[in-house]
Design a protein around this ligand. Structure first.
Ligand SMILES: Nc1ncnc2c1ncn2[C@@H]1O[C@H](COP(=O)(O)OP(=O)(O)O)[C@@H](O)[C@H]1O
Ligand SMILES: [Mg+2]
Length: 168
């Protein structure tokens, strides 16, 4: 994708894309997306941490660094890097995660259909691997303080990886 096309794609898709406080994530195709930050130093730090993590199998693959031209529409989320897309743990269904259906929970809640325990149950079921992930990241010098299910991914080999490399 050329720079102009990339900029147009991001502008057209940023609003509906997942984001936290620090960054926006815009998918470019099935495999690759771009993570965009307002601050270049923050982008550089996240990119560096993710590269180190990828090298030891606890982060998604990292592509190039890209600074988009600024415009009135992009609210300064212009400092980006390419990342491989992984499945976000928070988007894994109970069925996919091999967790028992939450029908019981549903009944207990008087029919109110809830999936609010998926994240908690998924973390519980994968606690050993998540602990290992924390240890490996700490050995790299990155403390993964915010390890909720929107910040954890599952890569194409089924490994649990960190996807949010922000430090504050
Ligand atoms: N490599 C990735 N693959 C798939 N989705 C991602 C990836 N990185 C980020 N995301 C999505 O974008 C969201 C925001 O990214 P994140 O790094 O957590 O930013 P923030 O630091 O602002 O929380 C994530 O919660 C997730 O839904
Ligand atoms: Mg996050």
């Amino acid at each position: 994708m050329r720079m102009k096309q990339l900029k147009l794609h991001v502008e057209a898709n940023r609003r509906g894309s997942p984001h936290g406080i620090a960054s926006y994530f815009v998918a470019l195709n099935d495999k690759w997306g771009i993570k965009l930050y307002t601050c270049p130093e923050e982008r550089d730090g996240c990119m560096e941490n993710q590269s180190l993590a990828y090298n030891v199998g606890v982060g998604p693959e990292v592509g190039g660094k890209i600074d988009l031209p600024s415009s009135s529409d992009n609210e300064h989320y212009i400092h980006g890097y390419m990342t491989k897309i992984v499945k976000v743990a928070g988007n894994v269904s109970r069925e996919e995660a091999g967790l028992p259906s939450d029908r019981e929970q549903c009944n207990a809640d008087h029919g109110y259909h809830t999936t609010r325990n998926v994240g908690r149950d998924w973390k519980e079921a994968n606690q050993d691997e998540i602990n290992q992930l924390h240890e490996t990241l700490e050995e790299l010098g990155f403390y993964f303080y915010d390890s909720h299910v929107e910040n954890i991914g599952i890569d194409e080999d089924g490994r649990i990886v960190c996807i949010d490399f922000g430090n504050d």
